[in-house]
Design a protein. Sequence first.
Length: 151
Amino acid sequence: MGPRCPLGLLRGASADGAIGPPTAILVTTAALSAVAEAKDDGVACDERSFAPDVLAPSFDVAHTIGRTLVEERLAACVNIIPEMHSIYHWAGSIKMAAEVVLIAKSRAALFEEIEKRVRELHPYDCPCLVAWPIEVGHQPYLDWIAKETAR
């Protein structure tokens, strides 16, 4: 059996989760964990790079949040993806909305400050703010993230 698809059925994945052609290359969480464990570079966990992901109701809100995070050196970079469609449960019913995706590059040590600023600037009562660890990457880019978010 081939590598397991951690996200379930995706295009090119079979019902048992095995990935076959023409699926794009997916790296499983187990593979990332193995790489992270093998890479003992002495960098503290809270200093590692991570990518906070925020959903906003409009480009203007996303831009305000993104610009603030970069200006305050809470993020080295912010990418704004102008439109995606969300389907979710809220207040007892299923809702649909067009939202804007904001992906920041930062350090795990800054998450609490990022969360505080997002909550201050975001109009939702319960904004989506999740963070994905960057386990591996182009080292000069990861160094740049650390440099730009240093205080």
